[in-house]
Design a protein. Structure first.
Length: 386
């Protein structure tokens, strides 16, 4: 057993976070893998693909894999590179060609129904690839096909929907207001997710924005017998209206507490108001209330490009200032600025019995060269401290 960890990667205005549990279960939330991240001459974006190949796990000592991949929603900056990083299709057909390309097998796929009809007409290439793989897995689970619970075929759907395509999938569906203790088919006794959103109305309504159906999760850790040692919030691109509903519907106060909070929508003003900042500079009381639920020593992480005092949104300067006012400058972290803008490195927290502990940024585990992909796939390795 080891201390759990949460790692936030510098992927520009996008999300990519890795949760590693005490039993070495690895959960990746979103991805934003670009060609520039694999460019040896550009170190401003971290190469997450190579990181996972070097420090990740091998199925049967050979096939690189991740225990679970969670897509919060289908915007490009949350799934870019899915078709190059991951293997899609029958896991029995994983080939030497896939191995040489470093494609990771996803044991269990998590997603919200918004990626399907009636909201599927403007999906990017990566989202289309994800949808195709999700559809394949849904079909074998609806048919109760042999091997549906094998690594590479497992899935979990998050959220309500009236879509008839979801019929027959209740056994792999979790809804808002519930806890999920099983990850990749295994019961976790020291970890779970609490599901806050998406809500049914936004999922099925044709008028809703894709951001409205972002998966909002609270990760909950027990460490060394200490219950609720740490809470971490992940909210995709959910905006002020969604968080207002979350606040209204949360009966258990602990589900709103947090030690680590990822600023939604890459530190956008939309977390504080659905209206543009120039039209409304007053943040929603519900949004302020939720970020006031941080426990002692709490930290906020902005997964975005460097934040400037300009009109960009995201990231938004006024939003960053509000976050800083809640936790202090030293506890507000920007992934693309840590430790430097020129070469940002993974922002890693070990989860102790006393809460998250920020690890010192080090180049030891940094992957700067795409050549690392070939080296990683040729030699089986296990996730290690870096």
């Amino acid at each position: 057993m080891r201390d759990p960890k949460i790692t936030y990667f510098a992927v520009g205005n996008g999300d990519c976070s890795l949760i590693a549990l005490s039993d070495n279960t690895q959960i990746l939330i979103d991805c934003n893998s670009t060609e520039s991240s694999r460019d040896d001459d550009d170190e401003s974006r971290y190469d997450v693909h190579s990181h996972l190949l070097k420090y990740g796990k091998k199925l049967d000592g050979e096939i690189p894999h991740i225990d679970a991949f969670i897509l919060t929603h289908a915007d490009q900056d949350h799934c870019r590179g899915f078709e190059t990083m991951f293997y899609a299709g029958d896991p029995a057909s994983y080939s030497d060609k896939d191995l040489k390309a470093g494609r990771l097998l996803i044991d269990e796929l998590w997603f919200t129904p918004r990626i399907f009809s009636p909201h599927d007409k403007d999906l990017c290439v990566s989202a289309e690839a994800f949808r195709k793989e999700a559809t394949r897995r849904m079909e074998i689970h609806k048919a109760r096909a042999p091997g549906r619970d094998s690594p590479g075929n497992r899935l979990r759907i998050i959220g309500y929907t009236n879509n008839p395509e979801r019929k027959g999938l209740d056994h792999v569906t979790s809804v808002p207001g519930t806890y999920v203790h099983v990850v990749d088919g295994k019961l976790k006794t020291d970890f779970c997710f609490f599901v806050h959103a998406p809500f049914k109305l936004e999922t099925d309504a044709a008028w809703s924005e894709r951001n409205d159906t972002s998966l909002v999760l609270q990760a909950r850790f027990d460490v060394e017998g200490m219950a609720d040692a740490a809470f971490a919030m992940f909210g995709g691109d959910a905006g002020a209206t969604i968080f207002e509903k979350i606040l209204e519907r949360s009966e258990d106060e602990t589900t709103l507490q947090w030690d680590l909070f990822m600023a939604p929508h890459h530190c956008s003003w939309t977390y504080f108001s659905e209206e543009p900042y120039k039209d409304n500079k007053v943040p929603a009381e519900s949004s302020l209330e939720i970020i006031s639920r941080g426990r002692e020593g709490a930290r906020i992480v902005a997964s975005c490009k460097p934040i400037r005092d300009d009109d960009d949104n995201p990231p938004h300067w006024a939003a960053a200032e509000l976050y800083r006012s809640k936790v202090g400058n030293d506890r507000f972290h920007v992934t693309s600025e840590t430790p430097t803008e020129k070469r940002p490195l993974p922002l890693e927290f070990s989860i102790s019995a006393n809460g998250p502990v920020l690890e010192e940024a080090s180049a030891t585990g940094a992957i700067a060269s795409s050549a690392a992909v070939k080296a990683a796939v040729s030699t089986p390795q296990t996730y290690g401290k870096h």
